[in-house]
Design a protein around this ligand. Structure first.
Ligand code: UDP
Ligand code: MG
Length: 329
């Protein structure tokens, strides 16, 4: 029987945590009773530098129910980094890890399906939303378009899969080898290879609190996804630049011919238009290249993706060690 850890990044989730904890403890109990996971399986909440009572709640849960454990990041680092921190910590004491959001939007009963696939020998199981009826039309539309764009850019990604997935310890260890700072986990996991499969589930509404992904964060996450996994935008700009250059040569020839024929053109409009068009194109090109250079700059620094301030697991281990040492005296 394998030890399962459920890793949940939480940012200002005080409204959601009690509900999530209640639902999960029931689920875990059922799974343990059914002999599907080991009794030392746990739920690990990762507090991503919340400003509300999230960490207090996690500590309280931990002290009353040992199945809950927690990790506190030193500051808000965003969902992806929090998730990575959780995965890397959880792998130390588990065989399989399921990552999910704190808001119960992902159906926790899909975990049964995850475990079935795991029993069939999968190292990675992706949760895929079979329907997004509960999402707003805007979120659904932009998400669809975005997944298509990613596929065009040559990024291997599972359609309609967010970060609800099961990974074996082996897969998480492989992920650890990826030392990049710019994280887009759902695009990185497929690069690991290993036997994988998908499980469909119906996505629910967020049960309490509000989305921690405002439009601004969503857009920067989307840009991150493309620029951290694909160099096609740069190539596209090179092609565009080449095309514009060719057109300008034709224009030069054309105007030269007209000039030879003595028809001088009062080309004020064309001049102004082309100055603006070219200026715009150049700025766009510089912007895209700058985006990548920025990425290189950050990657060369090799800053840690997260810093852990507190790990409730450690406290448990050290206190166990302390008492063992005391006993040994
Ligand atoms: N989250 C996080 N750090 C952040 C933003 C979000 O850990 O800076 C967590 C959040 O608590 C939740 C998950 O990421 O568990 C997904 O966020 P949310 O449900 O708000 O996103 P949405 O479902 O609206 O895309
Ligand atoms: Mg959500």
């Amino acid at each position: 029987m394998e030890t399962l850890y459920i890793v949940i990044p939480c940012y200002n989730e005080e409204e959601m945590l009690p509900l999530t904890a209640r639902a999960l403890i029931e689920k875990m109990d059922t799974l343990i009773k059914a002999g599907r996971i080991a009794p030392d399986s746990k739920v690990m909440f990762v507090d991503d530098g919340s400003k509300d009572k999230t960490w207090e709640l996690i500590e309280r849960l931990h002290s009353s129910i040992p199945m809950f454990t927690g990790l506190k990041l030193s500051r808000n680092r965003g969902h992806q980094n929090a998730l990575l921190a959780g995965l890397m910590t959880a792998k130390e004491s588990s065989d399989i890890i399921v990552s999910m959001d704190a808001d119960l939007q992902d159906d926790i009963n899909a975990i049964d399906g995850f475990l079935d696939k795991r029993a069939e020998g999968c190292d990675i199981v992706y949760g895929v939303r079979s329907s997004r009826k509960k999402d707003t039309a805007f979120k659904r539309g932009t998400a669809r378009a975005y997944y298509k764009l990613l596929a065009r850019m040559g990024v291997e990604i599972t359609y309609d899969h967010a970060d609800y997935r099961l990974m074996s310890r082996r897969a998480v260890e492989a992920l650890e080898e990826f030392t990049e700072v710019n994280l887009f986990l759902r695009g990185m996991v497929p690069m690991l290879g290993f036997k994988s499969d998908t499980v469909e589930y119906v996505r629910n509404e967020r049960q309490a609190g509000e989305s921690k992904y405002p439009l601004k964060k969503m857009i920067s996450f989307a840009v991150e996804g493309i620029t951290s996994l694909s160099v096609k935008p740069i190539r596209f700009i090179t092609t565009l630049g080449l095309l514009v250059f060719l057109v300008s040569i034709f224009m030069l020839i054309y105007f030269f011919v007209i000039w030879c024929m003595g028809k001088t053109v009062a080309g004020w409009t064309t001049t102004v238009v082309s100055v603006w068009a070219l200026g715009g194109l150049q700025l766009l090109a510089i912007g895209v290249i700058g985006e990548y250079i920025g990425k290189i700059y950050l990657e060369t620094k090799r800053r840690p993706s997260f810093l852990i301030e507190k790990n409730l697991e450690d406290e448990k281990n050290t206190s166990a060690k302390d008492s063992a040492e005391r006993k040994g005296e």
